[in-house]
Design a protein around this ligand. Structure first.
Ligand code: GLU
Length: 426
């Protein structure tokens, strides 16, 4: 595909995530008055690696999987971003996610460019041994472009510390010595950091807290619905409940549960540990993922997949605040509707940036082989994320723009500053 053909008029942002990221970018590029050359550079990912690789299955057969690693921009430092395993992973989705990582890292002001990776597979259908072989082979295939100074993967949808441990080990085996800094979100035993597993959910909690402060709404007693009960959603729900919020609904890919008086989150976590899903939790009534989004709550945390709040359902959203734990949950059509209704959105590139922020702390610790206390990590996370929130709010106020536009203005500006300072090679 000739990416240069992606003129604004040709974009389909409601159905294609990369087009959605481009539509958001072009709107901001106009406001920042970026010249056409700079716009063209940033509209394209810098590097795209597509790999089709074989994996031996437990029954002896061989299956070929398709994976991607895309580096969007390296102006501010090595590329950074997660790897997801999902049946619907596509080239354009990974492109969008890589671009959002560039802006996200710049918004929280860490010295990284943006990247993302993914393998089209259904991890639910794979045994643990198959998952390990897939991970090790994919790591080998992308090892030509990753490395602690080049591109540092991390967990994303359906990948976790165990998968990161395999990536670290595979890369280390190939170079002949241990390289903990090649990946973040690792187990503590191999150079992982305290606080990383909770970091994204903790960041969501902090951003919900800052948003309620802005609106003059007390956080204690605020009602919350959380879509997605994975690493982000479950921790966000837990920490918000700890802050005194009433978490009335949660869901996962199997379905959700609703209780007007508030759910017992610790009991729900125990239920999930036993049954692998929050669906069928008895202390509440069943609710679908769609219905959950439309509940009359103070705070909605979409923390599942992208493209959930669209032009079709946005006018039925009743939340006052949306904290985007997922990447790309809200389409541009939905943004227009929600902005007109003055729903306060903490955009993904800020709301879920706690994860990559603590990934950065992990990488710094790995490079120095010197590890910090959890309290110090949480303190730095809170300080840096709150500062970024304030930077974004200040831009929104000064330029009279919505919060997503403001966040992207902060991020894109910082990336362009780096590009200009470096100049165009040769
Ligand atoms: N996958 C996470 C994200 O979308 C974390 C990325 C990282 O830590 O590098 O931000």
């Amino acid at each position: 595909m000739v990416l240069a053909d992606l003129t604004r008029e040709a974009l389909k942002p409601e159905t294609n995530p990369y087009h959605m990221a481009l539509a958001q970018f072009y709107a901001v590029a106009d406001r920042l008055r970026l010249d056409p050359g700079t716009q063209a550079i940033l509209a394209h990912p810098k590097r795209e690696l597509i790999v089709h690789f074989p994996v031996r299955m437990d029954d002896g057969s061989v299956r070929v999987f398709t994976g991607y690693r895309i580096q969007h921009n390296l102006a501010r430092g090595p590329a950074k971003g997660g790897i997801r395993y999902h049946p619907e992973v596509t080239l354009d989705e990974v492109r969008a996610l890589a671009m959002w990582m560039t802006w996200k890292c710049a918004i929280v002001n860490i010295p990284y460019g943006g990247a993302k990776g993914g393998v089209a597979c259904d991890p639910k259908e794979l045994s643990l041994a198959e998952l390990e072989r897939l991970t090790r082979r994919f790591t080998t295939e992308i090892s030509i472009i990753i490395g602690p100074e080049k591109d540092i993967p991390a967990p994303d949808v359906n990948t976790d510390a165990r998968v990161m441990g395999w990536i670290m080990d595979t890369y280390s085996m190939q170079v002949g010595y241990s390289v903990p800094g090649v990946v973040t979100g690792k187990p503590l035993a191999t150079g992982g950091t305290a606080g990383r597993a909770e970091a994204t959910g903790r960041g969501c909690m902090l951003m919900a807290r800052e948003a309620t402060r802005r609106l003059g709404l007390p956080l204690a007693g605020a009602t919350v619905a959380v879509q997605g009960f994975g690493n982000v959603g479950s921790i966000a729900a837990h920490l918000l409940a700890e802050q005194g919020c009433k978490v009335v609904a949660v869901s996962d890919s199997e379905g959700g549960v609703y209780r007007r008086e508030g759910l017992d989150i610790p009991a729900l976590l125990r239920h999930r540990a036993r049954h692998r899903t929050v669906a069928a939790f008895l202390q509440g009534q069943p609710i679908s993922n769609r219905e959950l989004l439309e509940l009359p709550v103070d705070i909605l945390v979409p923390a599942a997949l992208g493209g959930q709040i669209t032009g079709e359902n946005a006018h039925r959203i009743r939340a006052k605040i949306i904290v985007e734990g997922a990447n790309g949950p809200t389409t541009p059509d939905a943004d227009r509707i929600l902005n007109a209704r003055e729903v306060f959105i903490v955009p993904d590139v800020l709301a879920n940036a706690g994860g990559v922020l603590v990934s950065y702390f992990e990488w710094v610790q790995d490079l120095q082989s010197f590890f910090w206390e959890e309290a110090e990590i949480n303190e730095r996370l809170e300080r840096q994320l709150t500062r970024s929130f304030n930077d974004v709010m200040e831009t929104a106020r000064r330029d009279g723009v919505d919060t997503r536009t403001a966040a992207l203005m902060v991020g894109v500006r910082r990336v362009v500053d780096a590009m200009e300072a470096r100049g165009l090679y040769p």
